[in-house]
Design a protein around this ligand. Structure first.
Ligand code: ATP
Ligand code: MG
Length: 200
């Protein structure tokens, strides 16, 4: 399974609907400083619910909505909504139909060779709202997280290696580093369950 396409709409610096293709093996994004490269990764983390606002360099969710006067600290004029869609290529069947049906809460989800996960943030006069969609069905964050966990994608899973992570890993004690390996190998989950069981 891999990301096939990312669609950013009024997300951060992407004031126009932008489609970014991802290739199966390797995709490199290059560009000048401040051109939006990191914002692309922020978009993935945002849509898949893999990071809190601070992890995607925003104080609040509504800072993620495109604002042409962002760098001058101006209030946004028109745009009150942002969305990011992650299109996953699931043609290798990493997630089977029943897992996707389960997460979507309905079997009316079309083909699961392609899985689309979308998140939208909307600002109103006095509040803001965040919505998640799985193959265009409205779902909760936990549905997305449970589904992705079955494909080995988790907030603590190092699927995304952020700036500074490598240095952090190098500076860890061997014991802490072992923790990461346990996490990636999926052993940590059982350790946690074991501890819970002992607790009871
Ligand atoms: P570098 O090479 O320095 O890492 P980069 O290509 O990763 O740069 P980003 O950090 O992705 O650049 O983009 C930063 C730009 O995104 C800033 O100029 C900032 O103004 C802009 N930006 C962030 N949030 C918004 C927003 N809500 N509306 C408009 N622009 C935004
Ligand atoms: Mg950057």
């Amino acid at each position: 399974m891999h990301i096939k396409e990312l669609v950013l709409d009024d997300f951060k610096s992407f004031g126009r609907k932008t489609r970014i293709p991802f290739y199966e093996d390797f995709t490199v994004v290059t560009g000048p400083n401040g051109s939006g490269k990191s914002n692309i990764i922020d978009g993935v983390l945002f849509a898949l619910g893999l990071a809190r606002t601070r992890g995607i360099r925003a104080e609040k969710l509504t800072d993620l909505i495109y604002n042409p006067g962002y760098d001058d600290g101006e209030e946004p004029p028109g745009t009150k909504e942002a969305s990011v869609t992650v299109v996953l290529d699931n043609s290798d069947g990493k997630l089977d139909r029943s897992q996707v049906v389960n997460a979507a809460g309905t079997d009316n989800i079309g083909d699961v060779d392609e899985i689309t996960i979308k998140r939208r943030v909307k600002e109103t006069e006095d509040n803001y709202y965040s919505y998640y969609y799985l193959n265009e069905r409205s779902v909760n964050l936990s549905d997305i997280q449970d589904l992705l966990a079955q494909a080995g994608v988790a907030p603590e899973g190092y699927n995304v290696v952020m700036q500074g992570d490598v240095t952090e890993i190098i500076n860890m004690t061997p014991y802490q580093r072992r923790g990461i390996i346990d996490e990636i190998a999926g052993v940590a989950e059982f350790d946690a369950k074991k501890e819970d069981a002992f607790g009871e």
